[in-house]
Write a protein that binds this ligand. Sequence first.
Ligand code: GRG
Length: 298
Amino acid sequence: MSDFDLAAYLAERRALVDAALERVLPAEDTPPATVHRAMRYSVLAGGKRLRPILVIAGAEAVGGAPCEVLPAACALELIHTYSLIHDDLPAMDDDDYRRGRLTSHKVFGEAMAILAGDGLLTLAFKLVADNAALARDPRVLRDVVTALADAAGTFGMVGGQVVDIESEGKTITPETLEYIHLHKTAALIRAAMRVGALLGGGGPAAVEAIGDAGRDLGLAFQIVDDILDVEGSLEELGKTAGSDARKQKATYPALHGVPASRREAQRLVAGVKARLAPLGAPAAPLGALADYVLERKN
Ligand code: GRG
């Protein structure tokens, strides 16, 4: 058993990320103020900060330091929060609660919620560009931008969301469900770990191994999310539970049942740890985060 103190690690890294997010977001009274208020409302509402912490842990796994990757870590959280704001819109999942508070469009209206999401996505790429000096080599910066764009765009998260929307109310195959989960969720988690490894100075083999581990961890994360939607509550989740079944969404539990879904998530996380093993002690935080993904309650 590892004696790694995950609770302390998460608290320290979360504090670093929260302070950095506070700094990089335009102030509430910076014109045009409404959109900046909306951007801050959603980003600073909390959340687990899993993706930025995975950027940091990805860098640490190859000997990098958190301060070198904080702008990229913030970029991941901004892209993630944009996707949540847009996913909650009436045209998509039409959800009222997120991160324990009313969704952006409920507070600021649909137009402003769309624009806040657009603003966050754009700001993410500006953050990476403004901190180009943190990349040890211009090719690393190019790879980071490509990883983010691929994960966020039509070959990643947007693509997964398209197929998810087109599948609502239909019977889909396990292969289509895996496509949705890999693109909608796992692509960004893979990018988080890969970007961390790239900026942390990892060589090609380490970057590849960490990226592959990120993909499998992302898939496990979404399977656990599907299970929590069946078993969790609004208080635990900070969003309405049972929404997948109400919207007739294809999920792992719907297709395979809860016990088999849990076994699949466990199998994936064991594989993640096996991929990380050759990296040794510096990858201990990533290994502990993999266990956290499996055991989380929100
Ligand atoms: C709208 C382009 C676009 C994409 C939407 C990512 C996504 C695709 C939608 C968000 C809703 C959703 C169910 C996504 C699956 C990934 C997921 C479970 C997100 C929630 O992530 P957490 O649990 O949230 O890490 P916090 O609030 O803790 O950051």
